[in-house]
Design a protein around this ligand. Sequence first.
Ligand SMILES: Nc1ncnc2c1ncn2[C@@H]1O[C@H](COP(=O)(O)OP(=O)(O)OP(=O)(O)O)[C@@H](O)[C@H]1O
Ligand SMILES: [Mg+2]
Length: 253
Amino acid sequence: MEVLVESEANQYIPFTLEEVNLDFQVIGPAPSDPEEVEVLIAASRKEGVEDRVACAEGAKLKPVVMDVESYATLAAFELIREQFPGGAADKIFALVDIGANAMKITVMKGDQQTYTREQAFGGNQLTQDMVRAYGMGFEEAETLKRTGPLPDNYENEILRPFLDNLALEVSRALQFFFTSTQFSEVDHIILMGGGSLLPGVAEVVAERTQIDTVMANPFAKMSVSQRVRPKLLLSDAPSLMVACGLALRRFDP
Ligand SMILES: Nc1ncnc2c1ncn2[C@@H]1O[C@H](COP(=O)(O)OP(=O)(O)OP(=O)(O)O)[C@@H](O)[C@H]1O
Ligand SMILES: [Mg+2]
């Protein structure tokens, strides 16, 4: 199987096989031909893998498994879906991940992914706005936007325009989804990623899109260790979807 996958993988991967780490999982018999099997391939540039291994080792951790971020997110999304009445198996969810540089939208119908698209927009833009407006360093702006204290005009002149822009980006991404698929509506927007942690994001997105919008909280139905502060966990939860999904990962016996 390994030999077969390697020889077939070539045509799907835009790099030589020496440059990538590759793994696969047999999904099951192909619906079109029971003699064939469907195989899911995950591949990553070796340098990307090596950077992350070095990062874990730098923190004195020993990495044993590498997983794909979008799969981890989908595992955590299951916990979100369960929070809706009846598991919302027939509902359409737009999962919007606002990172530092990228905003990724994934549309789920029940547990099936039907669409995904990434565009260049993220929390870095706000940090850069602060750098420009206040003449401060990038790191300083990063800290200030999380913990304050912030200048008097921050809310009206910096944060507000950024939030309006963010809501516009989400709404445009949804329009693009509607025009490029047969779908014409979304039932819920789930916000995740560090860029969604600003005050008021869910409200501006809901207002602009007219779609029910909630912050992702994969921990809502978990019991939490006494050492964890519930308020902090709740406010950080949307940025912990990937970490949570990785922790939920199953392993081959
Ligand atoms: N508490 C917070 N308040 C405001 N912004 C925050 C907060 N925490 C993180 N951010 C912002 O979120 C962004 C990082 O989010 P995240 O960790 O999801 O990004 P990433 O996954 O590393 O980036 P990308 O997905 O673009 O590769 C940064 O712009 C950071 O400033
Ligand atoms: Mg991210």
